[in-house]
Design a protein around this ligand. Sequence first.
Ligand SMILES: *Cc1c(COP(=O)(O)O)cnc(C)c1O
Length: 492
Amino acid sequence: MGSPKLDRIADQANIQVHQSTSQLNYISTRGGESLTLAQILTRGTAKDGGLFVPESWPAINQQQLDELLEGEYAEIAGRVLAHFGGDTLPGNVATNAIHAAMQSFAAPVGPPVTALEEGLWALELIHGPTLAFKDFALAPLAEIIAQTLKHQNRQATVLCATSGDTGAATVSAFANRENLNAVVLFPAGGVSDFQRKQMTTTGAKNVLTLCVDGDFDTCQNIVKALYQTEAATQYSYTAVNSINMIRILLQTAYYFRSSGIVKAKTGKPSNFVVPTGNFGNIYAAYIAKQMGAPVNRLIITSNDNDVLPRLFDSSSMQGQQTIKTISPSMDIQVSSNFERLLWHIKSGDGSAVQAAQQSLESDNGYELSGIEMLSLMQDFSAVKCSEAEANDAMLYMQTRFNKTVCPHTATAVHAIRQLLSDTDASKADAETILVETAHPAKFSAAVEKATGVKPTIPVLASDMMNKKESFVSVAATASAVQSAIDTFLATA
Ligand SMILES: *Cc1c(COP(=O)(O)O)cnc(C)c1O
């Protein structure tokens, strides 16, 4: 690959040329900044408030595409990062780091893709150390950050707010790391007992779990405020929330892999049906499709917080009051990562994205034009699932397949039943993959209520139930949280 001249220069310098990646930079969806993958490793938003996107999709040839469609998750994810500028990471740590991280998964080779019935498959993203799909991004990301810091001889403190799954995955991924501390804020009474125990029973000395006397939005606002303080520089506060682009690139790997597995078995491309909140997971599927993976349609599913299905019905993006549901990780009215798709729909026009996001923040929302809606609907559909429909869907999976699914996954089951009965035609030219986002044991009360079956807790998590919990309760102010962090870091 590459021009003969480049290859010769590379030979002489004894370096490898990734011609397709050497120029790849990340720019803000709102127009500002242009950075390398290494530079955005620990960044959340860009300075102008936008999100980082690759300025173009890396061009890959057929052989490179084939290499993304088979093999272990770690290999594929490593190759994905290489195409996206992973060679800018110090020491080129990616593939080994991802491989090391996968050893804490029940299925280290990658998430199982299981056949349910003709034309229907399940992608089980639920066998990671904290039993939610977020492990696939956070566990490797932690390893990559740890190795990078070691290389640079630096220390950092990961800081995040959580409504449950992100915090659990963060604590698990960063516990007992030498050059890293992790501070997680969760809302008092706002997470399930299971999720809280996942965050409070590791016994790791480098983890501080804070129970904040407020709701999730308050926790999130405190974290944002702390990023603007002097302590942020002093302690090297590091962001690993779901708008981190590297998290999304890592997740792209299971879409390549699973669509590749199904293509090899059936010769057909796949529809993915994805329980959606912040739009990170399904955006990863979109990237795989853009790069040539055998992906047909992408189906967004929501609970009663149906901001995205309403956009499809009305051409209007308009948040509403968030409603508490049995699928709390999807209780979101502002899908942060949708801004990335908006940037594509608006053909990379940063100022148009800026205007739309400003209008959304000032509560007016924004409208998409007819052409923009067509561009959206070319790849995506969206289906809302009420609580009653989610309960029905859980019971259906239990009786039809003897398979217990979590309330988030249930929204996708509902969409599949609706779409497959509507359009038998789509069944003929594509397979459908149900994306399972969390293990039912994390939400056992809701699952038992719907199905009468109490989900079994996997061995990975079972010993946690009897361990001693350790967390610090704090008032819902930035100064209270900062002084708890000061005390912790003084002794850590
Ligand atoms: C985070 C989460 C989601 C939503 O994923 P996004 O990437 O935010 O769209 C869905 N289900 C579960 C179980 C989750 O933890």
